[in-house]
Design a protein around this ligand. Structure first.
Ligand code: UDP
Length: 355
């Protein structure tokens, strides 16, 4: 049985590493990896392949720096050629990026089975490129691997029960990754250990970086917060570029993006997390850290429902109010929201059984 996996962006490398590890232990399945090059540099791409021991991509493009349409179109054309040559049984795509929709669409048009990992998530904000990608990918897939019960519900609400698409709640591959790599992270981390309390922050989502007023409110808030608790912020290249364009700066030192082992160590040791990342919201929960999310909505609604995540949008007064609330509150973390850390195994078993 042969799988072609299409990945291109940082969170997809982390997710795909979990499945690649299971595949590498089995003799009845082979994997061909296509890296679209959406993220390409050392600290956004190579570091994950090295640390997580993901096999070197069999095909590696350099499709980045274009508009969404141009990027997706170029990927589609190149992936189609590979699929015609490789003739896989399944095409495996992850998450919600342009690489996800391009891989799924190329396969679907060739009548090759598509499996979507992290299916069924919805922010209900159709302006987000991620929301467009995930909805379209779900609809043209053959098998949908949902990370949560809520994701299954979302699909059923859209009438998926009536479609010939197999839906499985396998749990979240990010949980697999966090559990597996957290055992190794302390020995492998390269980031200098931080003394004292700190808050871990990431910010990269287009709705924040590409809107000057939101970006300004976020920068001002973080500068305020840093007066009370040290802020550690691995800065995404997009945010850095947009801040330079807007003449904004942090009143503290940021770092370059870090590798996954460093990230896991930062998560384990921080006081709490402030982010607009999808992945970080869950990872905060995996490591029992409260999270403030600088977005107007989230796909990971169960975290908000259980009171471990607070949605604040990008308004300074809301960010700062959530910061003071969280600083003085003890939070109970519910167990088991994202499965049993065996999602990758379940996915590979399903693909083999349904070949
Ligand atoms: N991440 C990392 N280093 C960083 C920032 C993020 O390893 O400097 C990891 C993070 O722990 C999570 C994933 O990258 O597992 C999330 O990626 P990102 O925030 O880019 O995307 P999203 O989850 O929002 O799609």
């Amino acid at each position: 049985m042969k799988i072609v996996t299409v990945i291109g962006a940082r969170p997809q490398f982390i997710k795909a590493a979990t499945v690649s590890r299971v595949v590498s232990e089995r003799s009845d399945v082979s994997e061909v990896i296509v890296h679209t090059g959406q993220h390409f540099d050392q600290n956004m791409s190579d570091v994950f392949f090295d640390e997580m021991e993901i096999p070197k991509p069999n095909y590696h493009f350099s499709i980045n720096g274009f508009s969404h349409g141009a990027m997706t179109g170029q990927m589609l054309e190149k992936i189609e050629k590979i699929l015609l040559k490789e003739k896989p049984d399944w095409v495996l795509v992850y998450g919600d990026t342009n690489s996800t929709i391009a891989g799924a669409l190329a396969a679907s048009k060739l009548h090759i089975k598509v499996a979507h990992v992290e299916a069924g998530l919805r922010s209900f904000n159709m302006r987000m490129p991620e929301e467009q990608n995930r909805i379209l990918t779900d609809r043209i897939s053959t098998a949908l691997f949902c990370p949560t019960e809520q994701a299954v519900k979302n699909l059923n609400n859209e009438g998926y029960e009536n479609l010939d698409i197999d839906i499985k709640n396998v749990g979240d591959v990010m949980y697999d990754a966090a559990m597996f790599y957290s055992e190794k992270s302390e020995a492998k981390a390269s980031f200098k250990k931080i003394e004292g309390d700190f808050v871990l922050v990431t910010c990269h989502r287009a709705e924040n970086t590409d809107d000057p007023s939101r970006l300004r409110a976020i920068v001002n808030s973080l500068n305020e917060i840093n007066k009370a608790v040290k802020v550690i912020l691995p800065l995404h290249p997009r945010t850095k570029k947009m801040m330079e364009k807007e003449g904004l700066s942090f009143a503290f030192e940021t770092t370059d993006p870090v590798g996954y082992f460093d990230m896991v160590e930062l998560l384990k040791n921080c006081k709490f997390v402030i982010t607009d990342s999808g992945g970080l919201q869950k990872e905060a929960y995996f490591f029992n850290k409260p999270c403030i999310t600088m977005r107007d909505e989230t796909e990971w609604i169960e975290l908000v429902d259980h009171g471990v995540n607070t949605l604040v949008g990008a308004k300074q007064e809301k960010i700062l109010a959530a910061f003071s609330e969280i600083s003085n509150k003890t939070i109970d973390f519910p167990k088991g929201l994202y499965g049993d850390a065996k999602a990758a195994e379940k996915i590979v078993n399903y693909l083999i059984e349904n070949n």
